[in-house]
Design a protein around this ligand. Structure first.
Ligand code: AHG
Ligand code: MN
Ligand code: MN
Ligand code: MN
Length: 335
């Protein structure tokens, strides 16, 4: 028989309790987050219904970084923008699907700047494979009304970041500056995100690697040598690593967060700046991984969170995962 739990921690309860820990908190962050979680629920709803209501396939347009936009990229972007606008707490928004920064001029009291990837992994959408939404939240500089400088900041300045993965269930992972990483599952019955994975910690090591090996022709030598080494018998286990690559960074990262291992999208000879974008893909993921006890570095083996983007859609190579696995990548780059 199903056990009734009378003491569940909903996202709302979690945020309220977090807010009460900070005397100076105004409640603005909590309100902003309410708007965020509503966009996740709406996006989850449309993804689930996509094949039934003709929302599969291409929109017929492309975005600034050259990706063909799917209908759901465009719809999710609009859902996200409207959630941020109506919150009244967001001064400006950067989205993968928008060439320029969006300023919400009516939100005169807003103190936050948000970056988002409305749908990460959109090439997987039509096959019903897990995709996600990534978000990163910065605070405006004191006295600022919202300028590009309020978002062109390194990940070390983020006040909060995370993602939702739309898989068999919708999983929301959030972390705040200097805090732990907490995972919530959307209970469709009550329409709430419920805390199911408190204080997520990455295993220190795990023999799983996640990378698009179709790009190996273009990899630099240290990257080639590193991945080749994983396919050899390992000293302890006497087995090679396992490969797992979904092609939705959120889903690959979520598995890596739970099971351990390494996820990489290296810069290479064809794409010297890598593929993933710093503001709404690399930095928020790096914050989650570091706060869960892992590491994230760029292709120069610099700490990902310290990388300052030059433009809002600036890209970077990335290696992130279990602490010891990232140490191993670094050792190959020192040789
Ligand atoms: P997006 O769908 O937001 O444009 O991101 C795509 C990214 C990321 O989800 C994934 O890790 C990667 O692209 C997959 O790229 P490849 O198909 O080149 O492996
Ligand atoms: Mn895209
Ligand atoms: Mn993406
Ligand atoms: Mn995207």
């Amino acid at each position: 028989m199903e056990q009734v739990n009378y003491n569940i921690i909903t996202l709302t309860r979690f945020l309220t309790e977090e807010q009460s820990k900070h005397k100076e908190a105004t409640g603005d962050f909590t309100l902003l987050f309410h708007a965020l979680q509503f966009s996740f629920k709406s996006i989850a709803y449309y993804i689930r219904r996509a094949t039934l209501i003709n929302l599969t396939g291409l929109a017929g347009s492309s975005n600034t970084t050259g990706d063909d936009q799917k209908k759901l990229d465009v719809i999710s972007n609009d859902l996200f923008i409207n959630a941020m606008r109506s919150s009244g707490k967001c001064a400006l928004l950067v989205s993968e699907e928008e060439e320029n920064v969006i300023y919400f001029k009516d939100a005169t009291q807003a103190r936050y700047a948000v970056a988002c990837d409305p749908i990460d992994g959109s090439s997987n959408l039509d096959a019903g494979v897990s995709v996600g939404t990534i978000f990163a939240i910065h605070k405006l500089a004191e006295g600022s009304k919202g300028t590009p400088e309020d978002i062109l900041k390194p990940g070390t300045e983020l006040v909060a970041a995370g993602f939702t993965m739309y898989g068999a269930s919708a999983q929301l992972v959030i972390t705040m500056k200097g805090g732990t990483v907490n995972g919530f599952t959307l209970d469709n019955g009550v329409g709430e995100f419920i805390l199911t994975h408190p204080d997520m910690r990455l295993p220190r090591k795990r023999a799983i690697y996640s990378v698009n090996e179709g790009n190996s022709l273009y990899w630099e030598d240290p990257v080639k040598e590193y991945f080749e080494s994983l396919k050899q018998l390992q000293p302890e286990s006497k087995k090679p690593y396992s490969a797992r690559y979904i092609g939705s960074m959120v889903a690959d990262a979520y598995r890596t967060l739970l099971y351990g291992g390494i996820f990489a999208y290296p810069a290479d000879k064809k794409s010297p700046k890598g593929k993933l974008r710093i503001l709404y893909e690399c930095a928020p993921m790096a914050m989650v991984f570091e706060n869960a006890g892992g590491q994230a570095v760029n292709s120069k083996m610099e700490r990902m969170l310290e990388v300052v983007p030059e433009t809002i859609h600036d890209k970077s190579g990335i290696f992130m995962g279990s602490y010891d696995e990232v140490e191993k990548v670094k050792s190959f780059h020192k040789k």
